[in-house]
Design a protein. Structure first.
Length: 131
């Protein structure tokens, strides 16, 4: 569930949500749709512009998530990963204010339809570097 006070930013051309403005005193932090910071705290206009220009593009990359060695079929909750799960490279499949779904970037044949579900904001459950 999104924290109170997070304000959506929409792309002016089509109304597509591109990120969030997260309160930080008198400034705001531009955050991606999964809740990761896209830049430092700044004024609202600059943060919103950064999200419009780079918010969606920032999601299209390799991410790292703690998952089991073999992801079972269906959708597995990865919101509270056990200590024995390792960091694996993943890609985002779907993102909404209710959560995000990832899949292994290099899935074994048995994992091709497997997914993992994370809450939004993802906090330290999703990283841009391996753990």
């Amino acid at each position: 569930m999104l924290p109170t006070g997070w304000e959506p930013v929409r792309r002016p051309a089509d109304g597509e949500r591109v990120g969030w403005l997260v309160p930080a005193g008198r400034l705001v932090v531009p955050a991606t749709l999964v809740g990761t910071p896209l830049g430092p705290a700044q004024d609202r206009a600059a943060a919103a512009q950064l999200l419009v220009e780079q918010g969606l593009r920032a999601l299209d990359r390799r991410w790292w998530c703690r998952l089991p060695d073999r992801l079972p079929g269906g959708v597995l909750s990865a919101a509270d990963p056990p200590a024995d799960w390792d960091w694996r490279s993943v890609v985002l499949v779907e993102v909404s204010p209710a959560g995000c779904t990832v899949r292994p970037e290099f899935a074994e044949p048995a994992e091709l339809r497997a997914r993992a579900q994370l809450p939004v904001p993802v906090g330290d459950l999703l990283r841009t570097e391996p753990g």
